[in-house]
Design a protein around this ligand. Sequence first.
Ligand SMILES: Nc1ncnc2c1ncn2[C@@H]1O[C@H](COP(=O)(O)OP(=O)(O)OP(=O)(O)O)[C@@H](O)[C@H]1O
Length: 325
Amino acid sequence: MLLELKGITKLFDKDNGVRDFNLTVAEGEFITLLGPSGCGKTTTLNLIGGFLQPDRGGIWIEGRDITHLPPEKRPVSTVFQSYALFPHLNVLENVAYGIRFYRKEKKKQALSLAREYINIVRLGGYEKSKIGNLSGGQQQRVALARAMATNPRIMLLDEPLSNLDASLRHSLREELKSLQRQLGITMIFVTHDQSEALSLSDRIVVMDKGYAIQIGTPREIYFYPISDYVAGFIGKSNILTRAGETIMVRPEDIKMAKNAQGDYTISSITFMGQHTEYIISAEDTTLEVVALGKENSKFMQGDRVNVTITHQLGQTGQGDRFFVP
Ligand SMILES: Nc1ncnc2c1ncn2[C@@H]1O[C@H](COP(=O)(O)OP(=O)(O)OP(=O)(O)O)[C@@H](O)[C@H]1O
């Protein structure tokens, strides 16, 4: 195992921090820490990076206990949301700095390696550019190159895309994933954006109030959420009662059929092109339904429908694998 976190606890006060956190990461994995603001994602990353010391528990990299090593002695590099580049150095100097500092390379070799990494992040031609003259996306690519160039065993990325506009964010997300695959770098990525987590990760750690609530592949987390918190945080879900049981159902797992005596009435329709979103209501229930394609966009407001459920997530309040209270 490349990285092991065992029973890590770091509390700032009785409510805030990270509690009894366990995670093992294999070489080349892309792991995402996902959760709302304040759930402990950055704290976890800072514990791995060595910027914080745990109150309890330990951290191992390739079997070596690194719990008490300072950040610069750990084979780990971090990319921050704010880029954290040196404004007085140009692109080439920024990337070469990390190589000289961490890999102890001579200047000439550092510059030559830096050029390679600048090409990898597709900034060839910008070597002499001042940091302040680059766009946000370009600056973040410099930060990625600088972190990768130190040849870390693990890269930590703290919301690296969140300062970018939506389309840039999307394209840099694709680039990041392809770089990670191409170079086989192990990455631990922090986000509160579920689509980023689902599309990038080999495994996702869903966090809440300092706890790792569920660790699994994107498909496991989406189709088999362990609690209603997870089901509600990733994707949307409806809660309804059927035959006396409370169940949770994704909007895309409800199929509608027109029926003049149907139980539900369509109360709102949002056409999104690829899919259509419906709100349907019965006496005591309101459901969100998502339907794909042209055939499924034919319903009208006020139509009466019956519904069929094709997949349900689990039962609430049962205390079993699903929906631990
Ligand atoms: N140095 C500190 N001193 C006191 N409290 C802290 C400190 N650092 C973090 N906290 C608190 O610990 C909790 C977890 O913080 P953390 O930054 O890990 O959350 P996060 O999930 O990364 O949130 P965000 O998405 O907002 O960055 C928060 O409530 C935060 O206010």
